[in-house]
Design a binder for this molecule. Structure first.
Ligand code: 48H
Length: 256
């Protein structure tokens, strides 16, 4: 059989557009494909929610690839280790309460498990705004990252979701938009984005789970965005809190 270049192009374009259109109306839309977003996506998809994730970069994984200072190992505590085990990610006990895993295995396995469970990931797509309907965050406004990087004046497209998860990490990019545009205040101590505190690993890992939840009608925060929005310290390269936060947000929304 002679391989036809045009058939290859058609296969890619048609399949992509078919799925893109299918995922314009979903149960849950997640902004950001770091560990928290991928974990949330996995548990939601496994619970049969229709869930889509938009990631600004070409690759998902966020800050997990780099471990600590580009030493590509991550640390988790006992509770985080349970989630690594659920995914089948290998880890080694370093000492009581501290487990070390390979960051490349961790990202690739989280991603693979989430996609196999039914999460649809659109990479190189960034979230630039939210849709508000009946006083709720009801979807996301997305565009190609390439258009953003090149500063092209290109209008975005919108999609609908019953729930939106801000898993954009330190930036808390979606909540920042909602804080600026929604005008009704956030469900935080100040009604605004409180901001992230300095390094304190133990407190950071605890508060990240406590802070995971709904901060405006229809909008949930998970992962580092939860501490950035609600006020909690950073915790450095311990990643159990990100996994636990992703799992918690999925449970609150009704997955897992
Ligand atoms: C689409 C976007 C947009 C946008 C950003 O930073 P992440 O890894 O976030 P988490 O919360 O899953 O994990 C945090 C962790 O990596 C970390 O930074 C830790 C533990 N820090 C501790 C410390 O002390 O510093 O992933 C967020 C993802 C990234 O891939 C971004 O590219 C993506 O979100 N993103 N995607 N639209 N507007 N903004």
């Amino acid at each position: 059989m002679m391989i036809d270049e045009v058939i290859i192009s058609r296969a890619i374009a048609e399949e992509f557009l078919r799925e893109f259109c299918d995922f314009l109306d979903v149960d849950v839309a997640i902004a950001g494909g770091g560990p928290a977003g991928l974990t949330a996506g996995y548990y939601l998809a496994r619970a049969k929610k229709k869930v889509v994730l938009f990631e600004r970069k070409l690759s998902v994984g966020g800050g997990m690839w780099g471990g600590g200072m580009m030493f590509n190992k991550i640390v988790v505590q006992d509770e985080g280790k349970e989630i690594l085990d659920e995914f089948g990610i290998c880890s080694r006990k370093y000492q009581d309460g501290y487990f070390v895993a390979d960051s490349v295995e961790a990202v690739s396995t989280l991603c693979s498990a989430a996609v196999k469970a039914g999460l649809r990931i659109f990479n190189s797509v960034f979230v630039e705004d939210v849709v508000v309907r009946e006083d709720r965050v009801g979807g996301l406004v997305v565009n190609w990252s390439a258009a953003e990087i090149a500063k092209l004046h290109v209008d975005p497209m919108s999609m609908r979701a019953k729930s939106v998860v801000d898993a954009t990490g330190h930036d808390c990019a979606v909540t920042r938009i909602v804080e600026r545009k929604f005008g009704k205040g956030l469900n935080t101590a100040t009604g605004k984005i409180v901001g992230e505190g300095p390094m304190s690993a133990d407190a950071g890992e605890r508060t990240i789970v406590e802070n995971t939840g709904e901060v405006a009608p229809g909008l949930y925060v998970a992962g580092m965005a939860a501490n950035a929005v609600c006020g909690g310290p950073r915790m450095g390269p311990i990643f159990g809190g990100m996994l636990l936060s992703g799992k918690k947000v999925a449970k609150i929304i009704g997955g897992g």
